[in-house]
Design a protein around this ligand. Structure first.
Ligand code: RUQ
Ligand code: CUA
Length: 672
């Protein structure tokens, strides 16, 4: 392999930076044809044809848009707290954000993946990755809520994730940062990277019936940066492909030092082989610590479990498990065509797009046509695996998706464009400017076996001058293209939440009819639920007070509470008694170091409040639920510590029900 020297590398980078700022298309307000408006117009009261699930990047959340309108339908809290919905603030949802580091209220969500059956979206779940504190989340598409989060040991940053196999057998997670494994002493000099740092790939199994995730196994690989991945499908089902950069194994100034080699690698993993090795007991048990958090829809409560073991397969020792395909140059995307025959590597600094043939890969392996090995993993001969190269495609290729007519679409960050090319003859067919510097793109069904191919959305990193100025930070932007004809046609700009990376587009029909409308009260198994106003009460247990409260249009029960004392911790367990779609109630209390609760019909949620002063504290419903929503309020009286004011509660009467002394005595611990 030819190496650029340091100076050449630097020059190349400098010229790239120059191009980034100079390649902006001249007519940024390009002509949009008159029919564009009609194409994206969804009349009032009409539904969109597609859901677009969009990663929130540094917002840590996921959002759902309607397409073609670009209307924002919902922000789904995943890895970051969301005060709007009480996510990460209510006692029930706090455990969702638990990790081996404790409670982590933020992350960076880069990629979304809809679950698949037979290589097509099945509309059950959508997965997301956490790029900072490595985790994978599963969102239930019946409720549009995060149902499960699993942390990944032996990893640091989880970027090449949560890509999944054609029947959602596995969701993978490749570590972005290589690090010393968790069970060895990580207190080593950073410049011992080559010796001590490892790259770990995690395979999470997903149960068909309920989506339950388990960390099935990990593969320990050389210390690189794993960037993106895709599963094989069709003919290549059973394999997984991961792009890696920094095969130089640098640990400082990566922008130069990790751009030295002409080619990095795509790692091909035979996961069926991995399963054989596991069965044969070739995995090693390692002691680790990771959190596994699950939300239970019946108890309306999340639980967090710390797990301590993982099975690791060693790529160095186990033959036929891993192979390296050389790929120019610092590859980012590594995408598999609908039939599974072709693997497209997008080298960020490469002048061509290499397209590898899966059958060629198998033949190369069979013929042992290797150019060497890297830490025990055979390196295949580039020319032997190569199907062909797309010549002069553009500058800075990042990601590729596919349509239903045998075409591929690649995003180019540096030249700010989407380029359409034919998978068979590798000829460029069309190019469309993006505004500006597109990162990911997505085609409807573009990573499935049967892409829909009607729309493409480009997710742009820079939006200078596209929207009204909003101070130094500008909204990121999505751009919708109609790709049903020969030429791509830009038809809509819409701003996005956070910084979108990957996104996916699924037909609305797959999802909309399964949507939960409300939770059934008679299935509510929450420990502190009040099923009906008759069961509401206030119970003191020492310095802890439990308020069993209900909400229904348009009052709380109880709405007057006295006998709370400074030094108490008060838990408001609010059950929403409504049994109708779209009638949440909210709950806010003055001075709480917390967010609101937003309680769905039939659900119970808990807000913890520690009063900090003596006096009168109002509570109210935060969601405009009825004509008398503004009347949905109440008072809590806070007395000094040691006060003799009896604990009492009431609704609609000035004769409050005292909580009997015997009852308090029974509950024990209240020694005033
Ligand atoms: S990335 S812009 Cu974090 Cu998927 Cu490519
Ligand atoms: Cu309940 Cu407003």
């Amino acid at each position: 392999m030819k190496n650029l020297n340091f100076k050449q590398g630097l020059l190349f980078l400098v010229s790239l930076v120059f191009m980034t700022t100079s390649c902006k298309p001249k007519n940024a307000n390009n002509t949009i044809s008159a029919d564009a408006a009609a194409k994206v117009y969804v009349a009032p009261g009409k539904y969109d044809e597609f859901y677009n699930f969009v990663s929130g990047g540094f917002s840590g959340q996921m959002s759902a848009y309607g397409l073609p309108s670009g209307r924002l339908l919902r922000v789904i809290p995943v890895f970051s707290v969301d005060p709007e919905k009480g996510y990460g603030f209510s006692e029930e949802t706090k455990p969702m954000l638990n990790t081996s580091h404790g409670f982590v209220p933020w992350d960076d969500l880069h990629h979304v993946q809809l679950s698949k059956t037979n290589g097509d979206y099945d509309g059950k779940w959508v997965f997301g990755n956490a790029n900072n504190t490595p985790r994978v989340a599963r969102i239930d598409l019946k409720t549009f809520r995060t149902a499960e989060i699993i942390e990944l040991p032996n990893s640091a940053g989880n970027h090449s994730s949560p890509f999944l196999t054609e029947n959602t057998e596995y969701v993978v997670a490749g570590t972005r940062f290589s690090v010393p494994p968790d069970d060895v002493n990580g207190d080593v000099p950073i410049n011992t990277y080559k010796k001590n740092f490892k790259g770990t790939l995690s395979f999470i199994s997903v149960k068909k019936e309920d989506g339950k995730m388990e960390l099935a196994f990990q593969i320990e690989c050389p210390g690189f940066n794993f960037d993106l991945s895709r599963a094989g499908k069709g003919v290549s089902h059973g394999w997984f492909f991961f792009s890696c950069y920094n095969t130089e194994q640098a640990n400082t100034l990566l922008e130069v030092n990790a751009s030295q080699k002409d080619k990095d690698f795509i790692l091909a993993v035979n996961w069926k082989k991995a399963e054989e090795y596991l069965k044969a007991g070739k995995g090693k048990k390692k002691t680790v610590r990771y959190a596994h958090n699950t939300y239970n829809e019946k108890t309306h409560t999340a639980t967090s479990e710390i797990k301590t073991e993982v099975i690791v397969l060693d790529s160095k020792e186990l033959k036929d498990l891993c192979y390296f395909i050389p790929c120019p140059k610092s590859p980012h995307g590594c995408d598999v065509s609908p039939t599974g025959e072709y693997i497209v590597g997008s080298g960020k600094l490469a002048a061509v797009i290499p397209v590898f043939g899966f059958d060629k890969m198998l033949k190369t392996i069979q013929a042992k046509d290797f150019i060497g090995s890297f830490e025990g993993i055979p390196v295949l001969k580039y020319e032997s695996v190569l199907y062909g190269e797309v010549k002069k495609p553009g500058l800075g290729p990042l990601h590729t998706e596919f349509d239903n007519k045998g075409n591929a679409y690649t995003s180019f960050f540096v030249s700010s464009e989407v380029v359409k090319w034919n998978i068979k003859d590798l000829k460029v067919l069309d190019r469309a400017s993006t505004y500006y510097s597109v990162g990911h793109l997505t085609v409807a069904g573009g990573d499935t076996k049967n892409p829909n191919g009607k729309y493409l959305v480009a997710y742009n990193k820079i939006t200078k001058d596209r929207y009204l100025p909003t101070g130094p930070e500008l909204s990121q932007s999505a751009q919708l293209f109609d790709i049903s004809g020969d030429k791509m046609q830009l038809i809509l700009d819409f701003p996005t939440i956070g910084e979108p990376h990957y996104a996916q587009i699924a037909p609305a029909d797959l999802i909309k009819n399964n949507s939960t409308k409300f939770y059934k009260l008679d299935e509510n198994k929450h420990k502190y639920a009040s099923i009906g106003e008759g069961t509401t009460k206030v119970v003191r247990e020492g310095k802890t007070v439990h308020v069993y409260m209900t909400a229904i249009r348009s009052h709380f029960s109880p709405d007057n509470i006295e006998g709370i004392r400074l030094g108490d911790d008060v838990y408001f367990h609010v059950t929403n008694l409504e049994q109708d779609w779209d009638v949440p109630h909210g709950f806010g209390i003055k001075g709480a170091a917390n967010a609101e609760l937003l309680i769905m019909p039939g659900e119970t949620q808990t807000l913890k409040w520690t009063p900090d002063r003596v006096g009168m504290v109002p509570i109210y419903c935060t969601d405009f639920c009825s004509a008398l929503h503004q009347e949905m309020q109440g008072y809590v009286r806070v007395s000094p510590a040691g006060s003799k004011v009896p604990l009492s509660y009431s609704l609609g009467t000035n004769m409050p029900k005292e909580v009997g002394e015997e009852k308090q005595a029974l509950k024990g611990k209240d020694k005033k």
